[in-house]
Design a protein around this ligand. Structure first.
Ligand SMILES: *Cc1c(COP(=O)(O)O)cnc(C)c1O
Length: 290
């Protein structure tokens, strides 16, 4: 299986021009940066592998993408997460629902990482939380090549990239392959958290992305009315639905800094839309409780 290049669009928001790389449209089932990160596993043969084992949160985009990978490869998929709320068990939705439909075996465990390591053997492919691993390089290099072609085609002068980070893997390898600046922000922890994530990706330490911050700290996965408002305005003004976990945090940081940045901004839409149903449901429940 091979992807064709994802679309690249010129958009406007608050009277400013932003180019958007639409990795959310890469492939209906295998999209966003997880498709880039797992490209290596998808496109190479692993004759001895019979199952993939990973761990992380119960609504992770990586979890869903691994379920698609396992299905395409004919592998078993075992996933460890620390807790599945009763509400979600009774009303499966979003990434959780579709990963189960793809045949995922999910195991609740307080020691999710340690337990996932116990299953490692010669038939098992073990994938780090969120796909933070050296194998991600291959797919992200292709994304960088596509971006270079897009920039040429659109005659973009003095481009720079912005994308929100979880593990920072995508931003790190993009910076390795792009001859201009990659800006990012940490959605999961503080800046030192993101730097530690980068140190764990041993293959690439020469060129680090530049971290931007916002005046206001947002905690990962928590609901904030102001972030929902940004998400909705982007949807209405640009006609693009972004993910609700990373993108509103990213756009909030980006918009706060964009006036001070020189050049033409390119934002990477990294997919994750499937997870929005559960986030919207949480926002609706929060609104009802207010
Ligand atoms: C996983 C994910 C990220 C974070 O990617 P990293 O490479 O871990 O930094 C950002 N946005 C979306 C939509 C994601 O699914």
């Amino acid at each position: 299986m091979n992807f064709t290049a994802s679309p690249f669009e010129k958009c406007f928001f608050e009277d400013k021009t932003f180019y958007i790389k639409r990795d959310d449209l890469l492939d209906p089932h295998f999209s966003g940066n997880k498709a880039r990160k797992f490209y290596h596993f998808l496109t190479h043969d692993f004759p001895h592998i019979k199952r993939v084992v990973s761990y992380g949160s119960n609504q992770s985009n990586a979890m869903y993408s691994l379920s698609v990978l396992a299905l395409k490869k004919g592998w078993e998929f075992i996933y460890f997460c620390d807790h599945i709320p009763r509400f979600l068990k009774e009303n499966p939705m979003g990434n959780f629902k579709y990963a189960l439909q793809n045949g995922m075996t999910i195991i609740e465990s307080k020691e999710r990482y340690a337990d996932s390591l116990k299953l490692i053997d010669e038939i098992t492919l073990h994938v780090e939380e969120g796909g933070r691993q050296n194998e991600a390089e291959e797919g992200i290099e292709i994304l960088a090549e596509e971006l270079m072609a897009d920039i040429k085609k659109y005659n973009i002068l003095n481009p720079y990239i912005f994308l929100p980070s979880g593990t920072g893997t995508t931003a790190l390898f993009l910076q390795k392959y792009l001859p201009f600046k990659v800006f990012t922000c940490s959605c999961v922890g503080d800046d030192s958290y993101l730097q530690k994530q980068w140190e764990m990706i041993t293959a690439c330490q020469d060129f680090l992305p530049t971290i931007l911050t916002s005046k206001k700290k947002h905690h990962y996965g928590k609901l904030y009315v102001e972030l929902y408002v940004i998400w909705k305005r982007l949807k209405e003004e640009m006609g693009i639905e972004f993910d609700l976990m990373y993108d509103p945090v990213g756009w909030n940081v980006f918009l706060e800094n964009v006036e001070a940045l020189e050049g033409t901004p390119i934002y990477i839409h990294q997919g994750g839309i499937l997870g929005n149903t559960s986030m919207l449901e949480r926002y609706a429940r929060k609104a009802n409780m207010l």
